[in-house]
Design a protein around this ligand. Structure first.
Ligand code: PLP
Length: 382
């Protein structure tokens, strides 16, 4: 799907809606290059979970492969299988926890498994033996998130057992930070210290350590001593910083815009309420346009009190709430016409609406805005 194709034919799966997400390929590449320059010799595993933070899983994976990513990271088995089915050859680590009946699919699809307990290691080893094919695993150490992984203080026995398993290839070992984007660096430093202690096992036993990794976006920006052999940037690949006060030590720019178009224009008379539950009305004539986007696309209903869009380079408020598929925009005395572009996230003229702004309107974080843009919104790459 290209933005400027001249072909009149439309096929299923092609762009049918005026509401689209645009992904800026050159920015995605520049962000990748900026991260690469920052982390030096460390390998890069872009994180593509949740539809690549809304950017489209498969296309983004292809682009990352082209840019020279060393590894790809996803959250769940299905994301990995889909990438394999569509021809992605790079190694893929599935970051989430697993349950027993998923293991054969990991091994058959050559997906790297997060091994997060002694029990799971045993199960993976047994399944690999049955399939007569080694399973690639990364050991998951819990250094302070208390999510999946073996506690740092119990890791020695865990590593030892894993290395004894004949059908496991222990390719990596990793952990995850709880607050690496915070201006208070103490907890991240403590987690780093614990991870370093865990890694001493290899030195003590004169073993070559597997691929060691812990750095997400916040750590790449603020903790140079966390890079190890590989880094796992997620949100910063997409040009969004993980928090407002994080050090912006790498310059990245937003890669995603969210656009729609005016599909209807009308003049609303005084004292004629607008939208479900009739919660908004005016005491004078207002000109209003309808835009085909709503909470069913991930344009959160909770934003309605503050939400604005840009039309013809000017900001306008939403009135009458956010419905599942449509919003109504108050353009007061201005003009707008059917098919005019409506910017929900991105630049138009001198105005810009950021993902952070939507997150503030909705009382959430940019991660949740990006990952909730529904798959029914077509992605266009340019
Ligand atoms: C999501 C995730 C990342 C990426 O986090 P960002 O803050 O988006 O950089 C890295 N590692 C793991 C284990 C994750 O779950």
């Amino acid at each position: 799907m290209s933005k400027n194709n001249n072909y009149p034919t439309i096929s299923v799966g092609d762009i049918l809606r005026p509401t689209i997400v645009e992904v800026n390929i050159s920015r995605l590449r520049e962000n990748f290059e900026a991260i690469k320059a920052k982390v030096g010799a460390s390998k890069i595993m872009p994180i593509l979970k949740a539809n690549a933070y809304g950017h489209g899983l498969v296309q983004t994976a292809r682009l990352m492969e082209e840019f020279g990513a060393d590894y790809l990271g996803v959250a769940v088995l299905e994301e990995g299988v889909l990438l394999r089915e569509l021809g992605i050859r790079l190694p893929i680590l599935v970051l989430g926890g697993i349950i027993g009946n998923q293991i054969p699919l990991f091994i058959e699809n050559d997906l790297t498994i997060t091994a997060s307990s002694p029990d799971k290691i045993k199960q993976i080893n047994e399944t690999a033996e049955q399939l007569n094919k080694k399973a690639k695993v990364h050991l998951k150490i819990d250094t302070g998130l208390e999510r999946i992984g073996v506690h740092y203080y119990s890791s020695e026995k865990f590593i030892e057992e894993a290395l004894k398993c004949k059908w496991l290839e222990v390719e990596g070992i990793y952990s995850h930070f709880a607050s690496s984007y915070s201006s208070d660096k103490s907890y991240t430093n403590l987690q780093l210290e614990r991870f370093n202690d865990v890694l001493e096992y290899f030195e003590k036993n004169s073993l070559k350590p597997p691929i060691r990794h812990i750095a997400n976006s916040g750590a790449i920006l603020q903790h140079k001593d966390s890079y190890f052999d590989l880094v796992r940037p997620g949100i910063m690949c997409y040009g969004v910083y993980p928090s407002e006060d994080v050090e912006r030590s790498v310059r990245v720019l937003p890669t995603l815009s969210w656009k729609s178009r005016v599909v209807y224009f009308k003049v609303i008379k005084p004292n004629h309420p607008v939208g479900y539950d009739s919660t908004w009305q005016s005491d004078h004539n207002v000109r209003a346009v309808t835009v085909p986007v709503g909470y069913g696309d991930g344009y959160f209903r909770s934003m309605h009190k503050s939400a604005q869009v840009i039309i013809r380079g000017k900001r306008y408020p939403i009135i009458g709430g956010i419905a599942m598929d449509q919003i109504i925009v108050n353009i007061e005395n201005d003009s707008a016409f059917n098919n005019d572009e409506v910017c929900l996230i991105g630049n138009d003229g001198n105005e810009r609406i950021s993902v952070e702004e939507l997150a503030n309107w909705a009382g959430t974080i940019p991660y949740e805005i990006l990952t909730n843009i529904n798959t029914r919104v077509p992605r266009v790459y340019y």
